[in-house]
Design a protein around this ligand. Structure first.
Ligand SMILES: CC(C)(COP(=O)(O)OP(=O)(O)OC[C@H]1O[C@@H](n2cnc3c(N)ncnc32)[C@H](O)[C@@H]1OP(=O)(O)O)[C@@H](O)C(=O)NCCC(=O)NCCS
Length: 243
């Protein structure tokens, strides 16, 4: 069977210029079409060890994520070129020296964001398709507490968007913090609150000691968007002098 996928959509490069107008962050996102052949520039991206026997859908998601990451790195600094991005034993991408970043993908979407570590200690991004009612009934109560859902309700999110948003926000927190704390933590160890639809912002409180640098009580701020049946969330940890 032919591998099936196609990238479409315009890569988005956003940036936050400082006084010298240096590019501080790069992002790239693509829509995926599982019914079309994979473009050669994506097909040629090497798979991480262990993915050679994965199903084509998983291989395509990995390559699409890496494609976005390479585009985002090139937006940050063209000298990064098309160097492959390794995968650590934890599953986290291994970024070039001086860079941090994050990758996410669904069946029809992939995205990556990168930033210089001089300005951003760590990043976590996550995109999820809005859950179906059976999915929310199956797992919703494991992912989101009644209090978290009330914060989402106050921000005008539907019940399915709310379950998906809380899940995604916690996945973003995990991707941002896991490389720093070096240990697993659970959905219950993180509480989402202060969801502000107008500002597309939310807050997170860590409620368990994850490390010396991230004790219980640590507060983080994230951004979110609900768009075309998808929920996008992101957490970025600035360097101390910025926070
Ligand atoms: C790893 C995990 C976060 C991925 O999230 P997901 O929603 O299933 O999948 P996404 O497509 O959004 O993200 C997958 C990407 O995350 C990245 N990733 C995987 N492990 C990671 C880690 N430890 N740290 C940072 N990023 C990681 C990878 O780039 C991966 O894509 P790739 O394998 O193609 O390179 C999730 O599967 C997981 O294991 N979570 C742990 C439990 C948890 O979230 N607890 C909540 C704590 S609040």
């Amino acid at each position: 069977m032919q591998p099936v996928a196609q990238m479409s959509g315009t890569p988005l490069h956003t940036h936050r210029p400082d006084a010298s107008r240096t590019l501080l962050a790069g992002t790239c996102q693509v829509d995926l079409d599982l019914t079309r052949p994979v473009p050669p520039e994506v097909e040629s991206i090497p798979l991480a060890a262990g993915l050679e026997r994965a199903v084509p859908r998983r291989q395509m998601q990995f390559r699409a994520g890496r494609y976005c990451a390479m585009r985002a790195l090139a937006a940050l600094d063209p000298r990064f070129g098309r160097s492959p991005i390794d995968r650590a034993t934890t599953g986290a991408p291994v970024w070039p020296e001086g860079v941090t970043g994050s990758i996410t993908h669904t069946d029809d979407y992939a995205s990556a964001a990168v930033a210089w570590t001089a300005h951003t200690v760590s990043l976590g991004i996550d995109t999820e398709r809005v859950m179906s009612t059976p999915q929310a009934q199956d797992v919703g109560s494991l992912l989101a507490s009644a209090a978290e859902l009330r914060h989402c309700d106050a921000a005008g999110l539907s019940s399915l968007e709310a379950f998906t948003f809380v899940f995604s926000a916690k996945e973003s927190v995990f991707k941002c913090l896991h490389p720093l704390v070096g240990r697993m933590f659970e959905f219950d160890d993180v509480r989402v609150f202060g969801v502000d639809a107008a500002a597309k912002a939310f807050h997170v409180r860590i409620v368990k000691d994850l490390s010396e640098a991230f004790p219980s009580g640590t507060l983080l701020e994230g951004r979110f968007a609900v768009d075309r049946g998808r929920v996008h969330t992101g957490i970025s940890l600035g360097t101390p002098w910025q926070s």
